[in-house]
Ligand binder design. Structure first.
Ligand code: CMP
Length: 145
């Protein structure tokens, strides 16, 4: 068990469906804590920078159009095994075969319009968090006073 942080993105199609509250609720109910959050409209350059490992893929232009068409919400989620837990709640890339009750099963429209993103390892979480948040915008390990 590791106490971790992970980056979560709620993508335009999920916001268009008014599903932000439901998605955050699923994270909170599973014990993940929102320790940073912002809504932003990506420009192409910022979207391409975030997804640079996907450049050249046949779906890249579709992904760029999608991620810039409406706002997204980026969050840092914290908790025990946060990276794996977030991915479990999201459901797999091939969401059609994913378990019932996962975010992608409920809100994905296709393999690109898949409602949410989550970091795939603690190392990429560090990079992805730093891509969207300055240190003073993140509030690690806060609790009841
Ligand atoms: P995400 O987890 O944000 O990481 C990369 C994104 O590219 C992915 O979600 C999808 O939106 C998109 N993507 C990944 N693989 C494919 C694919 N095979 N076909 C279409 N889109 C994809």
């Amino acid at each position: 068990m590791n106490f971790e942080q992970t980056l979560s993105i709620v993508k335009p199609n999920a916001l268009e469906k008014n599903a932000l509250g439901d998605i955050i609720n699923r994270f909170e109910k599973s014990g993940l804590k929102v320790i940073a959050i912002k809504m932003l409209l990506l420009d192409r350059q910022t979207a391409a920078g975030f997804y640079k490992e996907h450049e050249g893929q046949p779906y890249f232009e579709k992904l760029m159009k999608f991620m810039t068409r409406n706002p997204i919400v980026v969050q840092v989620l914290e908790g025990i095994d946060a990276v794996a837990k977030n991915r479990e709640i999201m459901g797999p890339t091939s969401y059609m075969n994913g378990p019932e009750g996962t975010i992608r099963k409920d809100y994905a429209d296709d393999i690109t319009y898949n409602a949410v993103h989550g970091s795939d390892s603690p190392e990429s979480a560090k990079k992805e968090i730093a891509y969207f948040f300055r240190e003073n915008e993140i509030f690690p390990n806060y609790s009841v006073k």
